[in-house]
Design a protein around this ligand. Structure first.
Ligand SMILES: *Cc1c(COP(=O)(O)O)cnc(C)c1O
Length: 394
């Protein structure tokens, strides 16, 4: 038996670093190792120049001014800085925050923290496709609302929210609007000023860049958005994020942003076609499959499928060459069914019979075909075993 290379279809969890990104980063570990805050010598200037160029590249990808980009250790930190920072800067008795029930934990957990600090938080239930409309947000706003946070694209089901419309509703009432755009970045158009966004979380490693680096866009004009920082120290990043900058990581983020800006559109078309091919092959060879998420407003590389009568863990253990995620995707450490799928009205059993496929830059047609064959075979095997066990199978 020949050993086949495993097929990576988990691009929502992380992505491989593009070799061009890695080459751009390499000199900044060894040769150009300076501290970007060392203003008195050439080592520092070299590092600072590289950070400036990367800041411009990230800003260009989202239509921001470079001084509106605050580099962080990733999107978890960017989400925490946005949610905690914006709310705490507007602390008042009865202050209110609106978010959606299917946000990433990096938004939901800071919201829970805000409740402990005395804020009230509304968690909006999305519609059956996972969408949070501007009307739903408008209906939840009160005179006390200080912050709204709704993601641009969901990391489990790929649903795209109308963040430009939500931003308009917030702007009319002078409420700060944050969006976690980690999954949307480089996949769908994102123009922070054109769409009127105030705070936007970004991450490099979902964009074929390195792990451990991200950014928060913080609007500087119309209006200038104030934030309470989380870290105190050297006053880096305009005082919003103290700590020595990860120069190689930031250089990698910049390189990844440049590639996404020039190649993202064509890549999204290619990846969406592969995703559609995967879905057609799966439904062509197995029955009882249904898709989670929005039929058209969806990330190009996302396919989230509930497979009736086939628990995802059992399917996955019969398709060991595939790297995919089960319906407990983002909280798999705790093995709870996905809060996203439950919010869409899926039962616990359905959520546990769901698989998330994430396709991306290096996914090939051959991999998609092999993956669909493997899943179809695994599903048939799992269903046959469960049938043999009788009606009380788990
Ligand atoms: C991955 C992800 C995050 C966390 O980003 P890190 O850079 O890994 O901290 C936050 N939000 C969404 C939607 C994500 O997919």
């Amino acid at each position: 038996m020949t050993h086949k290379r495993p097929i990576y279809l988990d691009y929502h969890a992380t992505t491989p670093v593009d070799p061009r990104v890695f080459e751009a980063m390499r000199p900044y570990f060894t040769e150009h190792f300076g501290n970007a805050a060392s203003v008195s010598h050439a080592f520092g200037w070299r590092a600072e120049a590289a950070v400036t160029a990367a800041r411009e590249a990230v800003a260009r990808l989202v239509g921001a001014n470079p001084r509106e980009i605050v580099f962080t250790s990733g999107a978890t930190e960017a989400d925490n800085l946005a949610v905690l920072g914006a709310a705490r800067a507007r602390q008042a008795p009865g202050a209110h925050v609106v978010t959606s029930a299917i946000e990433h934990r990096a938004v939901l957990d800071p919201c829970r923290r805000l409740e402990i600090e005395g804020f009230s938080v509304t968690y909006l239930m999305p519609d059956a496709h996972g969408l949070t409309s501007a009307a739903a947000v408008a209906g939840a706003l009160t005179p006390e609302t200080v912050l709204v946070s709704v993601m641009a694209a969901n990391n489990e089901i790929g649903t795209l929210n109308p963040v430009g419309e939500i931003a308009r509703v917030c702007k009319e009432r002078g409420i700060v609007f944050h969006t976690d755009a980690v999954q949307a970045l480089g996949k769908v158009p994102l123009d922070v000023h054109g769409m009127g966004l105030d705070l936007v979380s970004l991450s490099a490693h979902k964009l074929c860049g390195p792990k451990g680096v991200g950014a928060l866009f913080v609007r500087a004009v119309n209006p200038r958005v104030r934030l309470a920082p989380l870290f105190f120290g050297g006053g880096h990043e305009r005082g919003l994020r103290s700590g020595t900058l990860d120069v190689p990581g930031i250089v990698g983020f910049g390189a990844a942003a440049d590639i996404a800006r020039t190649e993202g559109q064509a890549e999204s078309r290619r990846v969406a076609a592969l995703r559609d091919r995967l879905w057609e092959r799966l439904t062509g060879h197995a029955h009882g499959l249904s898709r989670n998420g929005h039929p058209s407003l969806c990330l190009p590389g996302n396919l989230n499928v509930t497979i009736a009568g086939a628990p995802a863990d059992a399917v996955m253990s019969n398709a060991r060459d595939l790297a995919v995620s089960s319906g407990s995707a983002c909280t798999s450490a705790s093995a709870k069914p996905s809060h996203v799928l439950l919010a869409l009205g899926r039962t616990r059993a359905e959520a546990e019979a769901s698989i998330r496929f994430g396709l991306g830059r290096f996914t090939t047609e051959e991999e998609v075909d092999r993956a669909s064959d493997d899943i179809v075979r695994a599903v048939a095997k799992v269903r046959a075993e469960r049938k043999a066990q009788g009606p009380n199978a788990p």
